[in-house]
Every structure is written in structure tokens, then in C-alpha cells.
Design a protein around this ligand. Structure first.
Ligand code: FMN
Length: 218
């Protein structure tokens, strides 16, 4: 499903439909291409992402798709931070200093930092739970995680490589405050790395649906 990329002259800005223009209510109809995408989609790890990234208009469409997710109580318990190259470099440096402060092994720190060293575009999906008597924080986090998957899938469906990462930097208070200026109640539900695909990863074994599904009739 992943197309070939800009280096071969394709107009990447045209790869995503204008979601905001699609406001007419439409009756449901089969969409086999979308289903085929969902049945075959897979992430592209950071080492298989190149330096090309979507332009701002394309990215904004992907972000719009990301936030079109189920949201119990319409609380909007999420927000997005687009992290571009200079900011990613700053976060890579912070990974090294903060990782050492935390006593994380040098090997682990280098592995974590190297994912930022090579990234050219990361969208941080922020879990930002709202006070609510009705909607527990677990459900609000589920909506933020849904935004991560929607962004990942919209990006892949547009022909860009992407992957969802977290790790200690998603929850370490010092990293979140110094690196992303988050409020104390906020964490990162996902760092979505985006770039052009330079290699296609082999698929991994997929779950056995029959072993994991129970059908109940009464
Ligand atoms: C919430 C979440 C956090 C993840 N964090 C990491 C991570 O920090 N490092 C990593 O190597 N993979 C991480 N992964 C796994 C990658 O996203 C992995 O490449 C993915 O499971 C591939 O699945 P797919 O091919 O079905 O998209 C995470 C996955 C999820 C759902």
C-alpha cells in the first residue's frame, strides 16, 4: 500500500484528500481499499524513515484525521505538538542529559537518543485529561491513544512511513516540562515519528484472531 516517494517526483502534497472539505453526511458504503489497508498496514521503525516529511498543509490534514476520534463526553482530552528538526535535536540532547541523571544505562540512552538524532518530524500526541465526574481518566487516555493510532494510520495511508513510540520520555516529569513545556497533568500518549520510507520492514507474526476471540450467543 505504501507508494513510492518524492525523490521519484510524486507530488506528496496531493497524497491526502482535503478532509475539511468532506463535511457532507455520506451514507455508508463499502470501501474495500480502506479495508485492505487496515488488513495489511504496518509501522515503519525509525531506522527505516528518511528525511523527507509532509509539507505543512498535508500534515495539517493528517492532524485533522488524528483528532477525529471517539471522545466520551466531548472532552477533547488531548492536544498535539509538532516537533520539527531543531526542536528534535534539543530533545535528543535532553535525552542524553536527563537519561544520565536517571541512571539509565549508556547503551539504552544512545538507543533512545538515536531515534531522535535521525528524526525530521515527530508529532507528540499529548494526553491532557479534563476534570469529569462522568468520564474516567482511563477512558480519556483511551481517546488519546486512539488519536495516536488515527495519526499513524492516516500517515501510512498517505504513503508516508510512521511509527508510534513512547518509553521513559513519555512520562518523565522533568523531560516533559523541560522538553515540551507540558502541564503537570499531561503526559505523552505517543511520539509519532514521520518520514519517507527508505526500506520496507518485513511483517511480524500477527495475532491468531480465532485464539483470541470468543463468540457468545446466549
Ligand atoms: C503505546 C505504544 C508504545 C510503544 N512504544 C515503543 C517504543 O518506545 N519503542 C519501540 O521500539 N516500540 C514501541 N512500540 C511498538 C512500535 O510502535 C511497533 O513498531 C509497533 O508495535 C509495530 O506494530 P504495527 O506494525 O502493527 O504498526 C509502541 C507501541 C505502542 C502501542
Amino acid at each position: 500500500m505504501i507508494r513510492e516517494f518524492g525523490a521519484r517526483g510524486l507530488d506528496l502534497a496531493r497524497s491526502v484528500p482535503d478532509i475539511e472539505a468532506m463535511t457532507d453526511p455520506r451514507p455508508l458504503s463499502p470501501n474495500p481499499e480502506t479495508l485492505e489497508f487496515l488488513l495489511s498496514r504496518r509501522s515503519r521503525p525509525p531506522r527505516m524513515l528518511g528525511p523527507e516529511v509532509p509539507d505543512d498543509a498535508t500534515l495539517r490534514n493528517l492532524l485533522t484525521a488524528a483528532l477525529r476520534v471517539p471522545d466520551h463526553g466531548k472532552l477533547e482530552p488531548w492536544r498535539l505538538i509538532v516537533v520539527r528538526r531543531a526542536a528534535i535535536e534539543r530533545l535528543a540532547a535532553l535525552t542524553r542529559t536527563r537519561g544520565a541523571e536517571l541512571g539509565i544505562s549508556p547503551e539504552r540512552i544512545e538507543k533512545d537518543a538515536s531515534g531522535f538524532d535521525t528524526a525530521h518530524l515527530i508529532v507528540a500526541v499529548i494526553s491532557a485529561p479534563k476534570p469529569s465526574d462522568k468520564v474516567p481518566e482511563t477512558e480519556q487516555y483511551a481517546s488519546a491513544a486512539s488519536a495516536c493510532l488515527s495519526l499513524l494510520n492516516a500517515t501510512l495511508a498517505s504513503g508516508w512511513g510512521a511509527v508510534w513510540l513512547t518509553g521513559w520520555r513519555a512520562t518523565d516529569r522533568t523531560f516533559l516540562t523541560q522538553g515540551l513545556d507540558l502541564f503537570p497533568h499531561e503526559t505523552v500518549a505517543g511520539f509519532i515519528h514521520i518520514g519517507n520510507e527508505i526500506r520496507t520492514p518485513p511483517d511480524r507474526p500477527r495475532p491468531d484472531v480465532d485464539a483470541l476471540t470468543t463468540w457468545i450467543d446466549e
